[in-house]
Design a protein around this ligand. Structure first.
Ligand SMILES: C[S@@+](CC[C@H](N)C(=O)[O-])C[C@H]1O[C@@H](n2cnc3c(N)ncnc32)[C@H](O)[C@@H]1O
Length: 222
């Protein structure tokens, strides 16, 4: 099967939610992450998708939610489905918040970036979050895929060209290893305080491969 460019979320829209919003591993990650935060915390949702399940769970918990996404269709869905949140149409790499947040979720929104962009994004995450605040990441790690040595960067911190079928299309991702995530986050002032890999099996009609979801809880130095 030919390799496609990054998914077109404007076309995917609500179909994404039908496939992924009931992911029990993600729902549990959001619930346990919220337990770490004060009741009046301000929370950023980076790449908020349709707003479900991350943004709407944050709003339902009574916390203040600001979501960002670069897809107009996704932002429209967020505004409709999560009226208690505030959403901005913006590229993550160009976002400049007016104030820092107590925590940020970045769930499955960091695929399709170069390593240089990931470094830049990590620096931004650190600027956006208060000292002692939390960065709550949902991703996939290179370690959980069959990789060949030539796919890994020399430092072993990330692998390129990891193929995966996502919503009927074959795509190739750059993925960090688990050690790579720890190093990326440490460089910008975060300590990884928890990780968990939870396999997710999408419904057959979604035409997606099984996904080894990797959740990272990181805390910014006080
Ligand atoms: C796989 S979906 C995940 C959505 C949501 N976080 C969730 O877990 O349900 C990825 C989302 O990230 C957004 N995204 C991808 N690259 C982005 C970028 N550079 N800036 C802003 N949003 C981006 C996409 O538009 C899409 O809505």
């Amino acid at each position: 099967m030919a390799i496609n460019p990054a998914p077109d979320y404007d076309n995917i829209g609500i179909k994404y939610e039908h496939t992924f919003a009931h992911d029990k591993g993600l729902l549990n990650f959001v619930k346990t992450s919220l337990e770490l935060l004060p009741p009046d915390a301000s929370v950023l949702d980076i790449g908020s998708g349709t707003g479900k399940p991350v943004s709407d769970t944050v709003v339902a918990s009574g916390r203040k939610l600001y979501g960002i996404d670069l897809s107009p269709a996704m932002i429209e869905l967020c505004r409709k489905q999560v009226p208690g949140g505030t959403f901005e149409l913006v590229n993550i790499l160009e976002f400049t918040p007016k104030e820092q947040f107590n925590a940020a979720f970045a769930v499955f929104s960091m695929f399709g970036f170069t390593r240089e962009e990931m470094n830049e994004m990590a620096r931004k995450w650190s600027e956006w979050i208060v000292p002692g605040g939390y960065l709550l990441i949902g991703t996939m790690a290179a370690d959980d895929f069959p990789t060949k040595p030539h796919m890994l960067d020399e430092d072993g911190l990330c692998a390129r060209g990891i193929e995966h079928t996502f919503m009927g299309k074959r795509i190739a991702n750059l993925l960090y290893t688990k050690k790579g995530w720890e190093s990326l986050l440490r460089e910008v002032g975060f300590e990884v305080v928890g990780t968990e890999m939870v396999p997710f099996q999408p419904p057959a009609e979604a035409e997606c491969d099984n996904e080894p979801h990797y959740y990272i809880t990181a805390r910014k130095a006080s």
